[in-house]
Design a protein. Structure first.
Length: 485
């Protein structure tokens, strides 16, 4: 696997706070921050193809000497499918990739590049050398500034402010030649206008300099919160604020493909705007126990999102095309939805530190929550019902936590109305050991029982739903050392 992702982040910030000389406790805080992120990704997998010519290898050989220990669809991870070959065998064998990787390092003479063996086609060469290398080359700069005030009037705690952010984007992209230009230069093309030789691919992508696309936008984010204790152990609070969700880098940067026959350009959209949200949340919290850390909380929220990011087909004018030769082409890209989507949420949560337990068990904590989400229209990934819960334990410098999440059937895949992710329960495990006041060991495991995603498609004729895709990403374990200085 030869996928690479290089990121560089530079950041500087300055904050100042002033307490006003008034009877009511009040302070004002201002600050600024600049963040610059440069990111270059590449993926040369389709070009980095090798043939094994060691013992038992070659054009007619096999990897029989390196079988994988992995068993497809072992017990506990079944989808009701079975594999049967003509000869009556079961699932096809898989080579052991770890063993082959070690062999590649210790005996490189056992492998030759697919380029010299003629097993890499023009499409693989194009993807590995150009269209996925780099996938994108982007610099994002975000200067920001804010002003905030905080005050207490008797029992009422108030805080409000506004934040200004400007986002500047600079994307360096390949500037491929059109099919007509490739053919005029004497390189053969297929019926869709794509070059059929490596030399033609080189001419398409490497015969002129990359182009730089720029975009920028700015936003103001007001926010306000108010908290008031109705009783010594009953707190009411309400908050309002605006926020944005910036586009993923691969939505605004990368390589575009021009199809002269279909008059289409498949391209990212450097002018894609961020999603904007305006949210109001109210909560009621009841605290109990000897130290007041146990609580029962009810939270209700309303969130309206505008400029939701969606895949779409745009005219040249809508896309912002600047090339006259492409004025009549359609641009298949990303755009922002013209209609807002509204979320209504209600969450009930419970947290209890079991300090009443004897001895070593006093470090045990239970947590449980239920969330109900409603949307004004179908939204990819919106979960109607979810339940989260867990138990954690702390003893001196050691702590460990076990948590689970159940999520209801939820819409899946943008642009389709009949596919959904089947409800599932996933469990996580995490822990840490503090060696000194400044150094800790930690670990975390996500989806420790390897529960898969089962995506189903509803029948258009009233028949039973059928499985569309099964995805199993296994367990993601992380181990590390954390230091604070």
């Amino acid at each position: 696997d030869n996928r690479q992702d290089d990121s560089e982040v530079y950041q500087g910030q300055l904050n100042a706070r002033y307490t006003l000389p008034v009877k009511i406790p009040t302070f004002v805080q201002v600050g600024g921050k600049v963040t610059e992120t440069s990111r270059v990704t590449s993926n040369t997998n389709t070009y980095d193809v090798w043939r094994y010519i060691g013992p038992g290898g070659g054009a007619t050989g096999s990897f029989a000497g390196y079988p994988s220990p992995f068993v497809l669809y072992e017990p506990g991870n079944q989808i009701g499918a079975s594999f049967t070959s003509i000869s009556g065998g079961g699932a096809p064998p898989f080579p052991n990739r770890d063993a082959l990787g070690a062999l590649f390092r210790t005996h490189p003479e056992y492998f030759v590049r697919g380029e010299s063996e003629g097993i890499i086609n023009v499409s693989q060469y194009q993807q590995g050398v150009y269209t996925s290398n780099p996938s994108y080359d982007l610099t994002e700069t975000i200067p920001a500034a804010y002003v905030m005030a905080n005050s207490r009037i008797a029992k009422l705690q108030l805080q409000g402010g506004v934040r200004y952010e400007e986002t500047r984007l600079e994307s360096k992209e390949l500037n491929p030649r059109s099919s007509a230009e490739i053919a005029a230069a004497g390189f053969p093309v297929d019926a869709s206008g794509n070059p059929t030789t490596w030399a033609g691919v080189d001419y398409k992508y490497a015969s002129r300099e990359r182009i730089t696309r720029e975009g920028k936008y700015h936003n103001y984010f007001p926010s306000f919160t108010a908290k008031y204790p109705l009783l010594p152990n009953l707190l009411a609070d309400i908050g309002y604020g605006k926020a944005i969700k910036r586009p993923n880098f691969n939505q605004i940067a990368g390589t575009r493909q021009i199809n002269d026959t279909a008059e289409q350009v498949v391209t990212p959209n450097p002018n894609l705007r961020p999603e904007r949200s305006e949210k109001i949340v109210a909560a009621l919290s009841y605290f109990f126990g000897r130290n007041g850390s146990n609580n029962l909380q009810i939270v209700g929220g309303y969130n309206e999102i505008t400029d939701q990011q969606i895949g779409t087909t745009l005219s040249a004018e809508e896309y912002g095309n600047t090339d006259p030769a492409l004025d009549s082409y359609d641009f298949i890209s990303f755009s922002n939805s013209s209609s807002p989507v509204r979320y209504k949420t209600l969450e009930v949560s419970y947290l209890h530190n079991l300090t009443f337990l004897p001895g070593l068990l006093q470090g045990t904590t239970l947590n449980l929550s239920y969330t109900r989400t409603q949307t004004s229209r179908r939204v990819y990934g919106a979960v109607p019902h979810s339940i989260k819960g867990g138990v954690s334990y702390r003893y001196k410098r050691f702590n460990i936590a076990f948590n689970g999440v159940w999520r209801d059937d939820s819409p899946w895949f943008q642009g389709t109305q009949n596919r959904y992710l089947v409800s599932n329960i996933k469990y996580d495990l995490s822990g840490s050991l503090r060696l000194t006041d400044h150094v800790s060991l930690y670990f975390s495991g996500r989806n420790i029982f390897e529960v898969p995603h089962r995506i189903y498609e509803q029948s258009a004729t009233g028949g039973p739903d059928v499985i569309f895709r099964l995805e199993n990403y296994g367990t993601n374990w992380t181990f590390g050392v954390r230091g604070t200085f």
